[in-house]
Design a protein around this ligand. Structure first.
Ligand code: HEC
Length: 486
């Protein structure tokens, strides 16, 4: 029982979100099923930096190949997105479960939502990349992918930006003019950032350059810093945050500027803890401005709980990492409230439960940190280890018109089509096993599961102890296994 419990705990990490799908944009529904859990309902990224944002991420802008490759083949390795470096994370490859059209729809949705303004993606573009990378090992290294597809340059209003580094321990902004800098460097990106700064504590930075102003009039500036920072334009102090503290401290200022180039100077110091600076501007009468800094998000975003409701007549499919178990798993919620989870690594149905509502709020407020509870009853851990105890290889997932999936995989010499369906009182699982010759297969179950469910087999299959024994003839063998709540 202990083992079963642990297994369930590890598995519930995969279960989450199904917001209402009314009036969805193309690709939105798929985004919610395949990306939302990690990247957030508004592409804002995961809680506690568990996944980077897609909203305004340079990774999804410009040429589409970069993002197509990420989705097809997965991603790992340190990655910087929107001013934050994410370490020790992995994104599972989804090329095997998503069609070219699905990927094109999802990326089109992502590239045109939440402030992203890139072009739509055609299924043919996905097909082309899929062909090109056919047969490569899963998981791109972020750094390797960047070499193939450098990020598009972000345009800021800054020109000729230089940065000077100072070392020292301060509790307030020092008078940098009296200090000797460690070095001067050009910021080719024209963005105020820590991209090339390896110091974490006891240092100061001074950025100097020009601010190109296209509209005469009053400009708004919003400065936030951890620890202190000061904005100086044409030699005049415009905004300042001083002393030790976090990014929640905000200095707002209005400053009148005529059209053209203005000298800008931003001073910054950091003692210990998190480092961060954010500087945003807006033109006259709320006309467009933008960030002059990388948007530093060292404050974990707070999310409203998402109340989940399985949709009416179709299954919903949801996938996510299962911490400590498998980076690849798929959860399916069927109309009527029955749900299952299928492991792509073990090629087996690992979990079932009923009245399948899910409390995604746990996930989003960070209380559960990536783990969320299926809300319902009858959570049963069905198996451990691979299907039939054989070497398995997940091939693909197919959908019928209700979006009910069929999982297709190889187990030993057998090709298996595995289709779970909701039944009155549980799950009815139809297995089609393609065999080259006659034989026998044993499908192990968790003994503990049999306390909650009864197994009834149709076809040449029968329950023996806590395993299902199947007799095969050469050709296609069909078995139906009913998992019935007692
Ligand atoms: C299981 C969690 C998970 C799922 C599901 C997931 N991602 Fe990711 N994604 C990540 C993680 C983690 C990274 C960062 C990988 C790294 O550290 O190198 C990432 C990185 C990315 C990146 C590059 C960085 C960025 O933020 O722009 C893109 C683009 C992306 N994912 C798109 C998608 C899309 C589209 C989907 C849905 C088809 C999706 N992801 C599903 C976890 C996930």
């Amino acid at each position: 029982m202990m083992k079963a419990k642990k297994h369930i705990l590890r598995l519930i990490g995969i279960l989450i979100a199904m917001p209402l799908w009314a009036d969805a944009k193309p690709g939105e529904q798929e985004y919610q099923a395949y990306c939302l859990a990690c990247h957030g309902d508004k592409g804002q990224g995961g809680v506690n930096f568990s996944a980077p944002p897609l909203a305004e991420s340079a990774w999804v802008q410009g040429e589409a190949e970069r993002a197509i490759k990420v989705v097809l083949n997965g991603l790992k390795g340190n990655i910087e997105v929107d001013g934050h470096v994410y370490t020790a994370l992995m994104m599972p490859p989804q090329g095997a479960v998503l069609s070219d059209k699905q990927i094109a729809d999802i990326l089109s949705y992502v590239r045109t939502s939440w402030g992203n303004k890139s072009g739509k993606v055609k299924p043919a573009a996905v097909a082309k990349v899929r062909k090109e990378i056919d047969g490569i090992e899963p998981f791109y290294e972020a750094s390797e992918l960047l070499k193939q597809h450098p990020l598009p340059k972000v345009e800021t209003a800054l020109r000729g930006l230089l940065v000077e580094t100072y070392l020292g321990e301060w509790n307030k902004l020092p008078d940098f003019s009296k200090l000797k800098s460690e070095g001067l460097e050009e910021e080719h990106s024209n963005i105020i950032s820590f991209r090339n700064i390896s110091h974490r504590k006891n240092f100061g930075l001074v950025w100097t350059g020009q601010f190109e102003n296209r509209k005469r009039g009053g400009h708004k500036f919003i400065l936030q810093a951890d620890d202190g920072a000061k904005l100086i334009i044409n030699g005049k102090e415009v905004a300042k945050i001083d002393g030790i503290g976090d990014m929640k401290r905000v200095a707002r200022a209005e400053h009148w500027l005529k059209k053209g180039l203005h000298d800008i100077r931003v001073e910054y110091f950091q003692k210990g803890g998190d480092r961060g600076i954010s500087l945003y501007w807006e033109g006259p009468n709320n006309s467009k401005g933008g960030f002059l800094t990388d948007k530093v998000k060292d404050i974990a975003p707070v999310h409203e709980p998402i109340v989940l409701k399985p949709p009416g007549s179709e299954a919903f499919i949801y996938r996510n990492f299962i911490e400590g178990v498998s980076p690849r798993a798929i959860a399916v919620g069927y109309p009527g409230g029955k749900s299952i989870a299928f492991s792509q690594d073990d090629c087996t149905m690992v979990l079932m439960w009923k009245s399948g509502f899910i409390d995604a709020g746990l996930h989003w407020t960070g209380r559960g940190k990536g783990f969320t509870k299926p809300v319902g009853e009858g959570l049963v851990s069905l198996s451990s280890g691979s299907a039939f105890g054989l070497d398995v290889n997940f091939l693909r997932m197919e959908h019928d018109e209700h979006r009910y999936p069929t999982f297709v995989y190889q187990a030993g010499d057998y090709t298996i089509e595995d289709k779970p369906l909701p039944s009155e009182n549980g799950i009815k699982r139809v297995l089609k096993i393609h065999a080259q010759k006659a034989g026998k297969l044993i499908y192990p179950l968790n003994a503990a599961a049999l306390e909650t469910i009864a197994i009834e087999c149709e076809g040449k299959a029968k329950l023996k102890e806590s395993a299902i024994e199947m007799t095969l003839k050469s050709g296609v063998n069909t078995y139906t296994i009913n998992y019935i709540y007692k």
